[in-house]
Design a protein around this ligand. Structure first.
Ligand code: AHR
Length: 489
């Protein structure tokens, strides 16, 4: 057992945690949309207009605030007009980004918007820049949001939707430096300005335009974009960062040893430096912080489960993924002065998924449960939180503990993870700035390889936890490999 001191000052409010920090991503990739979220109206699986009911309920439970769609790489080959109108007449498409499978386009704009309405989350549309045109994207915006008489709202009416939808988040391209067109930042910045100019605010919608930003540590991309695009044309700049220690040897989700675990956690902790350095560049051009950093793809990426389609990126999810999520979300909370949205990749059956499905069966992964433990941070104020720590692996940056704290409506929420695989952490936490009367806590803990499968879907799940509160001292005994949420009122 190791002992640590901690200090939380509930009065020292540092930044607002936008609820969108707890956002998600759904791409036409493998079984994320088809046979994941969407099973079609004829399915025996309980559904609302083809959208799985159990998936909607699970998304609602974690208060999913925003969902990005339709990609990813897929977005830059997606032509939205093929996905609207009478389903039997929709053009088929070949998903060239992900395994060249044929899709029938039965999940398109109307279905995605209905999904968001059912979940109660904001839609985040990723537009096609790579193989599309300015006109195509401007018309998509018009189709979704125009409330006057115009060709695209006429088409929407013909397709059965009178009222325009409200759209806030619009991504202009995806990974323009790679699958989105292999562009230089200078070229993309010029393209971006054209698209951003002609995608207008219509109806009651006020667009929040997000430009394609850097991959990981490509600081030059951030520099060129910030230099070239004025803040009035760009609300956000995206960052993609996957926790992959070695792209040529990703390893498996279920089989790994201690050294692979530390390698991975070292990369996850590197997120902090990435955010600091990109923020530093943005501060130089935008000292008022008008342009947000949007981490719209993050998470683990392992080799696919043996026997599954390599293009479908289906991986299991263990307590290791839960710790990755817990540490990442604590880091995001601490960077919310500049980071205003983050989207885990991806929501269902792909990469670090929240949910896995098999036929009618569905399970919530350990990662899902971390989002459940952290949901009270949404739209709260990030407050001062200091923690004594210890490094777990020589030559790497793997702190044993990770924590963040926030206040909302007079309630203090602390989330913490113990990343040690062997040692309990006894934390003595001084609480300032709150009249602490009551404490309650929940925990997710198990052996590092533990996971849920379709025979034991609730093997790893959230349980009640005991925390001691005396005067203004909080006592926590975190078992190895655990994530906790503590609520103080
Ligand atoms: O999430 C999988 C892929 O990773 C996305 O399509 C792409 O944007 C990124 O490279």
């Amino acid at each position: 057992m190791r002992t640590f001191k901690m200090l939380v000052n509930a009065e020292d409010k540092l930044s607002h945690i936008n609820k969108e920090i707890y956002g998600h991503f759904s791409e036409h990739l493998g079984r994320c949309i088809y046979n994941g979220i969407y099973v079609g109206e004829a399915s025996q699986i309980p559904n609302i207009h083809g959208i799985r009911k159990d998936v909607v309920e699970a998304f609602k439970e974690i208060k999913m605030p925003v969902l990005r769609w339709p990609g990813g790489c897929f977005a830059d080959e997606y032509h939205w007009k093929d996905g609207v109108g009478e389903k039997s007449k929709r053009k088929k498409l070949v998903n060239k980004s992900w395994g060249s499978v044929t899709e029938d386009n039965s999940f398109g704009t109307h279905e995605f918007m209905e999904l968001c309405e059912l979940v109660g989350c904001e839609p985040y549309i990723a537009g096609n820049v790579g193989s599309g045109t300015v006109q195509e994207l401007a018309e998509w915006v018009e189709y979704m949001t125009a409330d006057n008489v115009c060709p695209m709202s006429d088409l929407r009416h013909e397709n059965g939707r009178e009222e325009p939808w409200k759209l806030r988040y619009l991504g202009i391209g995806n990974e323009a430096w790679g699958c989105g067109g292999n562009m230089t930042p200078e070229y993309y910045a010029s393209e971006y300005k054209k698209y951003a100019t002609f995608c207008r605010d219509l109806g009651g919608s006020k667009l929040y335009k997000i430009a394609c930003g850097p991959s990981g540590a490509d600081y030059n991309w951030t520099d060129v974009m910030m230099k070239s695009v004025p803040a009035w044309l760009m609300n956000g700049l995206s960052l993609h960062f996957y926790s992959i220690p070695d792209w040529n040897k990703k390893g498996f989700a279920l089989e790994f040893d201690e050294s692979e675990y530390y390698e991975l956690m070292n990369i996850v902790n590197y997120t902090d430096e990435l955010l600091k350095l990109h923020t530093g560049i943005m501060n130089r051009y935008d000292p008022k912080g008008e342009v947000a950093l949007i981490v719209d793809e993050w998470g683990t990426w392992f080799d696919v489960e043996p026997g599954t389609n390599p293009a479908f990126l289906y991986q299991q999810n263990t307590m290791r993924d839960a710790l990755v999520a817990a540490v990442s979300l604590n880091i995001f909370n601490r960077h919310t002065d500049r980071v205003k949205m983050a989207n885990l990749a991806q929501a269902v059956n792909v990469l670090q998924a929240l949910i896995l499905t098999e036929g009618e069966k569905m399970l919530k992964t350990p990662t899902y449960h971390v989002f459940d433990l952290y949901k009270e941070h949404q739209d709260a104020e990030n407050v001062y939180c200091w923690l004594e720590n210890e490094n777990l692996s020589e030559g790497k940056n793997v702190p044993m503990l990770s924590a963040s704290a926030s206040v909302k409506n007079g309630v203090l929420t602390i989330t913490a993870a113990n990343c040690s695989l062997s040692d309990e952490a006894e934390i003595s936490c001084e609480l300032c700035g709150i009249d602490a009367g009551e404490v309650s806590a929940r925990i997710l803990t198990d052996e590092i390889h533990a996971h849920n499968d379709f025979d034991r879907p609730d093997s790893v799940t959230v349980k009640p936890f005991t925390a001691a509160l005396e005067n203004s001292k909080l006592g926590l005994k975190l078992p190895p490999c655990s994530v906790v949420e503590v609520t103080i009122r």
